[in-house]
Design a protein around this ligand. Structure first.
Ligand code: GAL
Length: 361
């Protein structure tokens, strides 16, 4: 018998490039009846993953699928056992946002043996050939948008400086961390070289600046220690933060050191995900920027892909390069992120229908 995985290998080769999102999944003779999709998300502690979960479920149910949504609460072992359970329950496809991108190899082998296709959602799963598609945002662009904001606001292109900056990165076990950091450093490095930007702590290597599990309190502790050790007689002008939860932790440390007063303004602080607390902080003039990623679209792309795979249609991919996960090139659909600050949040987030004006009060 020809397995679905063998069929997938064929349709991946035929996957069509760059069809508009609205074309995805339309005119389908879907046979979704009685089929169940397993969705494994990392944590409920961050608002974004709640939005992702809701949006994927809504899209799949709209196509007639049953769904089983689980959250691993940022514990890789919990996530592995949740996926094992979904495989045992005989789900028809899996959509997975990994907690630790290298911990899923064994369980994905079980999924492959059971002929269950796997979508790597937002975060690329590494080191296994048992992942069929990758749907995410252009993550290097996320990092570039954060760095560009700092470059523009400090006037670095006009030769201004020197300014003090500190760098934060995401979780070391998340493949996106490297993309975000590399994207940012690509733009910041020339200014570090010209000494318009100075990292007073000296911590510039990725391994020195990561934040395990993207945890806000962990970032707060590190910021406290940086402020105590390197800023007793100077001020920090910018902080590169890769994610809103981390930005909120950094802000809390800065406030406890007297930043945010007339004589000691807050530094420029970037972020990502346009989480509610951070958008409110931006409106209040505290966090400076975030990178908005429309998770409704990401959910829609993932749901359409599953629907295509289960109906033997080639899923749409739009990335010219397949993403090598160390075991194989994984065909990818990448969406574009948008930089948001006080000047454009209303246009992007409120008029775009992501938040209501009342939610941001
Ligand atoms: C990343 C994701 C970011 C952010 C972060 C923490 O993988 O791409 O948008 O959500 O995890 O949850």
């Amino acid at each position: 018998m020809r397995t679905r995985r063998a069929a997938l290998a064929t349709i991946a080769g035929a996957a069509s490039l760059a069809l508009p999102l609205s074309a995805c999944g339309k005119n389908s003779e879907s046979s979704s009846k009685g089929r169940t999709i397993g969705i494994a998300m990392p944590t409920q502690a961050s608002e974004r993953w709640l939005t992702d979960g809701k949006s994927i479920v809504k899209d799949l149910q709209g196509k007639g699928y049953e769904t089983k949504l689980v959250y691993g609460e940022d514990d890789p072992k919990t996530q592995v056992s949740q996926i094992e359970d979904l495989v045992k329950q005989g789900v028809d496809a899996l959509i997975i946002a990994a907690i630790d991108n290298k911990s899923l190899n064994d369980v994905l082998k079980q999924a492959a043996d059971a002929d269950i296709p796997v979508i790597s959602y937002d975060r690329l799963i590494l080191g296994t050939k048992n992942v069929d598609y990758y749907v995410s945002f252009d993550n290097e662009q996320v990092g570039r948008l954060q760095a560009r904001y700092i470059v523009e606001k400090l006037g670095l292109e006009d030769g201004k400086g020197p300014f003090n900056i500190e760098l934060f990165a995401g979780s070391p076990d998340d493949n996106n961390t490297k993309y975000f950091f590399d994207g940012s450093m690509h733009l910041l490095q020339p200014y570090l070289d010209s000494k318009q930007l100075v990292v007073r702590s000296g911590q510039t290597a990725l391994k020195e600046v990561t934040t395990l599990r993207w945890d806000g309190p962990t970032a707060r502790k590190r910021m406290n220690s940086l402020l105590a050790k390197s800023y007793s007689s100077r001020t920090v002008d910018a902080v590169l933060s890769p994610y809103d939860g981390i930005s909120i932790g950094i802000l809390s440390a800065l406030k406890s050191y007297g930043y945010g007063s007339a004589g000691k303004p807050l530094p420029i602080i970037t972020g990502q995900d346009a989480e509610l607390a951070s958008v409110k902080s931006i409106i209040a003039g505290q966090q400076s920027q975030t990178v908005y990623k429309d998770l409704r679209q990401l959910g829609e792309v993932a749901a359409n892909m599953v629907d295509d795979i289960l109906n033997n249609r080639p899923p749409r991919v739009n990335s010219r390069r397949a993403y090598n996960n160390g075991a194989k090139p994984v065909p990818a659909y990448l969406l574009q992120p948008t930089s948001v600050d006080k000047a454009n949040y209303n246009y992007v987030l409120v008029l775009g229908g992501y938040y209501t004006a009342a939610e941001l009060k």
